[in-house]
Design a protein around this ligand. Sequence first.
Ligand SMILES: CCC(=O)SCCNC(=O)CCNC(=O)[C@H](O)C(C)(C)COP(=O)(O)OP(=O)(O)OC[C@H]1O[C@@H](n2cnc3c(N)ncnc32)[C@H](O)[C@@H]1OP(=O)(O)O
Length: 642
Amino acid sequence: MTSQYHETMAAWRKNPEAFFGDVAKEIDWFTPWETVFDPQAGVYGHWFTGATCNMCYNALDRHVAGDRADQTALIYDSPVTSTKKHYTYREILDEVVALAAVLRAQGVEKGDRVIIYMPMVPEAGFAMLACARLGAIHSVVFGGFAAKELAARIDDAQPKVIVSASCGIETTRIIDYKPLLDQAIAFSSAKPPACIILQRPQKPCSLVEGRDIDYTKAVGEARAAGTQVDCVPVHAPDPLYILYTSGTTGKPKGVVHDTGGLMVMLKWTMWHEFGVKPGEVFFCSSDVGWIVGHHYIVYGPLLHGATSILYEGKPVGTPDAGAYWRVIAEHGAVGLFTAPTAFRAIKKEDPEGLLIKNFDLSKFRNLFLAGERGDPETIKWAENKLGVPVIDHWWQTESGSPISHNPVGLGMLPVKYGSPGVPMPGYDVQVVDDNCDPVEAGTLGNVVIRLPLPPGALPTLWQADERFCEAYLEEFPGYYKTADAGIIDDDGYIFIMSRTDDIINVAGHRLSTGAMEEVVAAHPNVAECAVIGIADPLKGQVPLGLVVLNSGVDRDAAEVEREVVQLVRERIGAVAALKQVIVIKRLPKTRSGKILRATMQKLADHQEWTMPATIDDPLIMDEIGEAMSRHGLGEGAQTAKG
Ligand SMILES: CCC(=O)SCCNC(=O)CCNC(=O)[C@H](O)C(C)(C)COP(=O)(O)OP(=O)(O)OC[C@H]1O[C@@H](n2cnc3c(N)ncnc32)[C@H](O)[C@@H]1OP(=O)(O)O
């Protein structure tokens, strides 16, 4: 099949408003838009101004009113609880209406915030849809975050209700969610009046009298009472949700996504980019707490009338490295969307891919990888073992949809290993130097996107227009700063090489080393510290902490190192994956006091490095090299190359 990519891009470039106005016909609107894009609205403009709509209506009601009421909408597959359950569109609608009634009884109305802090259970998706039905704004918080992180999100979002669960299950380990929730509420200054708690049989929890409501009981009662809750019309630019992502400080950024533009973009991507037809089964193995889970477990497949798989398990260990193949075969998935880390974990356990042969993958057409750079070795291994196209694509929590892709629905373009493909309609991607001047093809620079961003991308940060401008719009006037450095080649393929800020990518999780440093510095024995991202064969990158102790502290270094690791786990959560901390004598700095993080990272990663001319004392690099060697890092990298 020849690709329609170039024609599609030409149509978009010729008239972006006509292009997206046409795409928007796939959505049912309560009232039509007055303007496809209004550059005067919001910070840099709003899409589909004047239109009213509802996400839940488009994801559920219209399919039930049409011919999909009895089609399976969601398959919950949980090897960790030995549960498999199919939900039809009608069944989900019933559940969502009842849950919306429960939320409304707690005073949740249009524009109110609801935090969802849940493991990978269908109720997490139902809660998102129930909020959408009411026009309330949800904010899902990933379960791997600790109480302090949850508290920061509660304080920022000021939710009327929190929907949570008694526990989650990480392979074989039970994670008590409820004590974390209680602690977070104790830490936060905004006290939500009500919490709706799903009691899981694996470990029920105690409920706080007068605040906590049993999810199952309340939803059951609302259903028995037959309480009807109609979809509340919202304006297309009204926020559907807030999703917090790491900022360069400990305060996370509340990325807002609107309602109308997002529906338009997600519906379009399901076929044109992911090649999924309505009625087919799609498996996105991310967590609902990430944007990938929001969009390709919940909203995208349901908007499209497809069947989505919500998988509570891991690529390995539940029970083995054949877990994904079992899910694909059993439910007839046509596509899998996962992170390269998952494939590296599978490859490590089953290097020959022998387990793949145990399953009938005849319906499986494409593997999609995102969340971190897809390394060519992993991509080639997957191609070779699975015999299907392996499509790396690049996007961000902020963009909401793939910025670059190899659009299977439009027809595959040739693959270039190491590149996450070509820009998608709506994204005018450029590479510029630090003065915002375009660089030549093939030259490394700052990857930026010419404004406006397409429908579905963030219009701002939650109640923080100024922070939004400062973080994304000010450095390169007229462009959105992706904070990624990369190259565009002569054929228009994008290559993403690194971040330009202190964000690192650990197993597809975006983490701020600055935020980790704030926690490490809080240890009473630590005088100063640096956290850097170093290469890891499984997770892509992992954080490494380097700490200098207060003078006079003569404690066992290993003991302090263990305490610092534990502190980060307690304050940020297991997701931070900070497992190695090294006590050193001094941090290398420039004469103006800037810590030389990049030089230490190169040393740890055995890369060539140059002694910075401005370093205040070159001997410090020898000390660091020796300390790293003692911890099994950076051997042989102690001599400066230059
Ligand atoms: C394109 C736009 C974007 O980038 S959106 C972000 C996309 N990223 C993703 O979808 C994430 C992809 N990664 C994954 O799904 C996982 O990392 C995979 C590959 C499955 C590996 O999982 P796992 O073995 O648990 O490693 P990990 O590094 O994720 O976990 C670190 C520690 O955190 C824990 N954890 C994980 N999830 C939870 C959770 N929901 N609740 C509580 N704890 C959680 C893990 O158990 C692990 O703990 P520990 O350190 O082993 O004790």
